[in-house]
Design a protein around this ligand. Structure first.
Ligand SMILES: [Zn+2]
Length: 254
C-alpha cells in the first residue's frame, strides 16, 4: 500500500510540474486540520448547535428574530469557529501561485483560510460566500463580520443594517439562496481554461460546483483528486490520493 501511495504522490507531483494553468477546487476536508468541524458528524457544528443549522436556512433566518439573536450570540462568543488558523494544506497551495501555475482557486469553504494562508484575494472564488463578512439582505451594505459582532457585544441582539434598517446576515450562501452568478461564471471559465484540475478535500457531491471537474476533464485537462475518501468523479482522474491532505499537499506542490 505504501508504495502505491508513494507512486501516486510522485505521479501527482509530475502532473503539477507539467501543468501551466491549475484550477483548484477545495472543500471542507482541507480545513478539518485547522480544527473546523464538519457539519453533520458526531461532533459536527450542526449536531452540537441545531439552531445554527436552522439559521443556515434563509427562510427561517429572515422570519425569526430570536433565531437570528441566538446565531449572533454564538458568533460573538466564537462558537462558530472564529479563531482558526490556516494549516499546512492551505499554506502548501500558496506554492502553486508562487510557481506561476495557479489559474483560480475555487473553494466551497466559508472560512477565508486560503487568503489568510497567502493566496491572493483575486485568485479565490468563494462559491459559498464567507462568514468573515456581513451583508444586508435588502441593500448593498457590506462590512467585516467584526463590525457587526462588536455591535452584538455592545448589546444589540440582532443588529440591523445601518444604511436601510434591513436584516444583516453573514455573506454566506444559505440554503434557499442562489449562488452568485459572477462567481459561477468565474468557476466555469477556470474549469474551461485550466490544464490541470486539482480537487482537494471535497466529496464532489455538492452541485453545481462539482461540475467543474467533468467540465475540465472534458476539455482535456488532467484531473488529480486528493481526499479522505473516494469521490463520485474518481473515474475521471489521472491520479486519486486517499490520504491526509496536510501530509500529501506539501509533497506534490513542488
Ligand atoms: Zn441595508
Amino acid at each position: 500500500m505504501t508504495s502505491s501511495l508513494e507512486s501516486s504522490i510522485a505521479a501527482a507531483a509530475t502532473l503539477i510540474d507539467e501543468a501551466s494553468a491549475i484550477t483548484i477546487l477545495t472543500g471542507a476536508g482541507i480545513s478539518t486540520d485547522s480544527g473546523i468541524p464538519d457539519f453533520r458528524g458526531p461532533n459536527g457544528l450542526w449536531t452540537k448547535n441545531p439552531e445554527a443549522e436552522k439559521a443556515s436556512n434563509i427562510q427561517y433566518y429572515m422570519a425569526d428574530p430570536e433565531l437570528r439573536a441566538k446565531n449572533w450570540a454564538l458568533r460573538a462568543e466564537g462558537a462558530l469557529w472564529a479563531n482558526v488558523e490556516p494549516n499546512t494544506g492551505h499554506r502548501s497551495l500558496v506554492r502553486l501561485e508562487e510557481r506561476g501555475k495557479l489559474h483560480t482557486l475555487i473553494t466551497q469553504n466559508v472560512d477565508e483560510l486560503h487568503q489568510r494562508a497567502g493566496t491572493s484575494e483575486g485568485k479565490v472564488v468563494e462559491i459559498h460566500g464567507t462568514t468573515r463578512k456581513v451583508g444586508c439582505l435588502e441593500c448593498d451594505y457590506a462590512a467585516d463580520m467584526e463590525v457587526a459582532l462588536d455591535r452584538v457585544r455592545a448589546g444589540e441582539p440582532d443588529p440591523s443594517c445601518p444604511a436601510c434598517g434591513g436584516i444583516l446576515k453573514s455573506k454566506t450562501i444559505s440554503f434557499g439562496q442562489n449562488l452568485v452568478e459572477g462567481d459561477l461564471l468565474r468557476a466555469e471559465t477556470a474549469a474551461l481554461e485550466c490544464d490541470l484540475m486539482l480537487a482537494i478535500g471535497t466529496s464532489l457531491a455538492v452541485s453545481p460546483i462539482n461540475r467543474v471537474v467533468p467540465v475540465a476533464a472534458q476539455q482535456g485537462a488532467k484531473v488529480v483528486i486528493v481526499n479522505g475518501e473516494p469521490t463520485g468523479f474518481d473515474g475521471l482522474a489521472a491520479v486519486v490520493i486517499n490520504d491526509s491532505i496536510s501530509d500529501v499537499l506539501p509533497k506534490i506542490v513542488g
